[in-house]
Ligand binder design. Structure first.
Ligand SMILES: [Zn+2]
Length: 228
């Protein structure tokens, strides 16, 4: 999945307003950032096969560390422990946000199972492979991805208010960039090779996370959200 993950990041702000939108989006796309890094270091593999699915030209044939059920669970657990046990401040108040961060990370696996052809393993290619192949439907992909994004943005806007023009226009910029990349991904030409995919995907996602942190610093959580 592409921008649907960002929709989950936006939506979770409503559930846990203490977490920055930047951290929530980082959680929701963390497995893709890891995948980019593992591609560059040769730990995971994929290849470009034009027409592999209707909307994506990739064959993901070896990525158990980032995109398996066990891998996702381990990354989510590691993030939960790191956030909860961070050696500063009050640990008892951090259990809930730590859990929401872990949920953001694991949600990635579930959404990718919906989008991908059966290449999402329990752990490795000798285990069960999952995938509902939404990527073989252009209309279905557009409806689900844009639907998740817009529901997420509506919840985020409901949970926060801008305290400066940066909070307002920065959010609009973030949304426009997400839609632009989504459309370019689907309708643009296939990329030249996996190395350039890994570099642009990783750099682009980190830039979007940084923008989300900046947007969130220019917005405050609304009263009703803080009570949750
Ligand atoms: Zn993914």
């Amino acid at each position: 999945m592409f921008i649907g993950h960002y929709g989950i990041g936006f939506a979770l702000k409503k559930i846990e307003p203490r977490l920055s939108l930047g951290l929530l989006i980082f959680g929701a796309i963390m497995l893709d950032i890891l995948f980019g890094l593992f591609l560059l270091t040769g730990l995971e593999h994929a290849k470009i096969v034009p027409g592999a699915t209707v909307v994506s030209p990739f064959e993901f044939y070896d990525y158990p560390l980032s995109h398996s059920a066990v891998g996702a669970l381990l990354w989510a657990t590691a993030a939960f422990l790191a956030y909860w046990l961070w050696p500063k401040g009050d640990r008892t108040r951090r259990k809930r946000p730590a859990f929401v961060l872990a949920a953001a990370i694991f949600s990635h696996f579930i959404l990718d199972v919906i989008s991908h052809t059966p290449d999402m393993t329990i752990f490795g290619n000798n285990s069960l492979k999952l995938g509902l192949s939404l990527w073989n439907s252009l209309e279905g992909t557009m409806i689900v991805e844009l639907g998740l994004l817009f529901i997420g943005i509506a919840l985020y806007r409901n949970a926060t208010s801008s305290i400066s023009s940066s909070g307002k226009y920065g959010l609009a910029l973030l949304v426009l960039m997400l839609i632009f990349f989504f459309i370019a991904n689907i309708f643009g030409p296939p990329p030249p090779d996996m190395i350039s995919v890994a570099v642009t995907m990783t750099a682009g996602q980190i830039a979007l996370v940084a923008l989300a942190f900046w947007v969130d610093r220019n917005r405050i959580a609304n009263q009703s959200s803080q009570k949750l």
